[in-house]
Write a protein that binds this ligand. Sequence first.
Ligand SMILES: C[S@@+](CC[C@H](N)C(=O)[O-])C[C@H]1O[C@@H](n2cnc3c(N)ncnc32)[C@H](O)[C@@H]1O
Length: 412
Amino acid sequence: MKRPYRAPPGRPSQTPSGAVVINGYSARWLNQDFCWVYPAEVVSRPPNLKPGQEVKLVDEQGKALGVGLWDEGWISVRRYRNDEGPVDAALIYARLDLAYALRQTIVETNTSAYRLVNAENDELPGLRVDLWGHYATITLDAPGVAPLIDWVCAWLDEHLSPRGVYLHWRPDPREKARFEPPIPAGLIRGHAPPGDVRVTERGLTCLVRPSLGKDVGLYTDMRANRALLEPYWGGRRVLNLFAHTGFFSVAAAANGASEVVSIDLSESALERAEANFVANELDPSAHLFFAEDVRAALDRLRRAGERFDLVILDPPAFSHGPEGVMSAGKDYPRLVAACLRVMEPGGWLVAALNQGEVSPRDFHNAVRDGARRAERPLQHLYDGGQAPDHPAAAHFPEGRYLKFGIWRCMDA
Ligand SMILES: C[S@@+](CC[C@H](N)C(=O)[O-])C[C@H]1O[C@@H](n2cnc3c(N)ncnc32)[C@H](O)[C@@H]1O
């Protein structure tokens, strides 16, 4: 039987075996339920630790601060529990049970694609699990989280019997260059689907490819925002910018939009968007799809005198296009202004930004600056955010990454 670790009173004379000693700054954060320890916060550590090895955390006075898994990236330890028990199957199963119970409460019955585990926000640091109908994807942030894979697969088998499970890695951009996955990404259980997988969101169909990692084809975190818009599409001419596989466009068309114009740089994304229209028995030829840089498209549409009742602006954080590099954080006011120049009087701007480091206040300011540039005063109608199957732990501000709002032009 494992003997619980007891820290000696006062400062330990040496590093307790198996324990990582952390500085006071890190200890203060861990005491407030934060769960990462950064390399600069490690005072001492046992030799020869390997990524994924279980370690105890103690402060410099020897006080136990929980148990986590060691890593060698921009995070040194992810803490899984703040008592002294092990990181084992029982713990991971219990956390998965809790995560699943939440989803059973909050995910609509006519929805088969959702996030089952949202990492730190479900007390499973570094681990995301998404369900795509009968398939699942496990996405890990770092090699140190790899010991969880078998437990997660066993839990999935027991509770959901997926036909296939894919593994994806999602290294932090700061360590992407030297990232070496200990297990290759790809199908790790069951079999691959024969083609696109049909999943549902609030009764609408989306065709997804779980083998493609972040290009699966549906951003389930936007589900609550699409739900918020459902009563408002009817009779409106909609412009969907950075449309990707067109699920906002499908939602608009299915809920009575008079015409939906979808713009994306990627032709293959737009082909998938058209296939999503067909999958929902919507005629794609009644709508328009342009493979074009959004900045060029907005200019072209403005010059042609095209106007829209509702414009969706959901850019990626960074992109390279024919019009050069685009950084959403920096270019947002310019993009908002360009949207407002193709907006009917009284039109609605639906704006989103998927960037944790931009605060809600800065996001609102960027929209306001765009409105000033275009000289189209706006009134704010709604704030949205990520759907509740992407919860954000209150003590983990990084978890609230998705900014979303709806504004109306005040000129009608
Ligand atoms: C994060 S996705 C947008 C998500 C989408 N709104 C949705 O809810 O599914 C980013 C998309 O922007 C497209 N994209 C990136 N840069 C672009 C640009 N400069 N002009 C047009 N599309 C661009 C990419 O091809 C990709 O499909």
